[in-house]
Design a protein around this ligand. Sequence first.
Ligand SMILES: C[S@@+](CC[C@H](N)C(=O)[O-])C[C@H]1O[C@@H](n2cnc3c(N)ncnc32)[C@H](O)[C@@H]1O
Length: 267
Amino acid sequence: MSYTKLARFYDAVIGDRRDTATYICDLIHRYNPKTRTVLEIACGTGAVLGLLSQAYEVTGLDRSRNMLAIARRKLPHVKLYLQDITSFHLNQRFDAIICVFDSINHLPRFSDWQKVFRGVKAHLSDGGLFIFDVNTPGRLHRLSHSPPWATAFGRNWQILTITKGRDSIYNWHVRVLEHRRGNHYQLHAETIPELAVPMKDLMNWAVRTPRVGKIELLVRASKEPAIRLYTKLGFVEEGRFKNRISLPDGKYVDDIAMAWFPRRTTS
Ligand SMILES: C[S@@+](CC[C@H](N)C(=O)[O-])C[C@H]1O[C@@H](n2cnc3c(N)ncnc32)[C@H](O)[C@@H]1O
């Protein structure tokens, strides 16, 4: 299972998540300002959830025992569940559900992504908001042609290489060199597969599927503010990045956050 060895290094490598949490709070405030309860699916170590807990009543779930154990230590008052995002059942509905840091790409089949959307729908309150982000095929392709990234944290190193696997899978080879003494390091290695789904497939599915409701793509180019790119009627380009953004393949799009608003329904 992924993140078994990496869990204890995760927070130190990833660093401060304040930007992500602020961005999510802004989206929630903009699209569902009455939000009181937030569920994060695939919450990992609770890095984002902890920050959101300052503004909302939060709940989290993840399938990695090791990631969740860290979240439990950091957030003893938060309800955290060991569950799979493709089949979760909680006896509660939430005003907003989030799934961030490309967690949905971790599911190797698009049919699993659809199970997540169905689960989310079943757990959203009337008019609730789902926010998720994805690594686009364009970004994964670019990363697989990039040299390895090395990140120092404390006296340790993380080295990340992304390779193209079979079909639309990209493998993230994560190696952590944990400093022992002098020039000695202990190697911890894991490979995390991510599925690339063309944005147009995701959008076409969303548009075709009854009751999915309105779905928008909010594109962030590096640290620039989000701009709205998609409405249910078709792709709508707004804002300053018109010439730099190529949809639907996401060729020039680095990071996409999606906000999905299920239609009001009682079922
Ligand atoms: C990149 S981490 C993101 C964690 C957290 N959302 C954050 O922003 O720091 C991906 C997380 O997805 C979780 N995950 C992957 N597949 C899952 C699944 N099928 N069910 C539940 N959690 C899953 C992993 O255990 C891991 O904690």
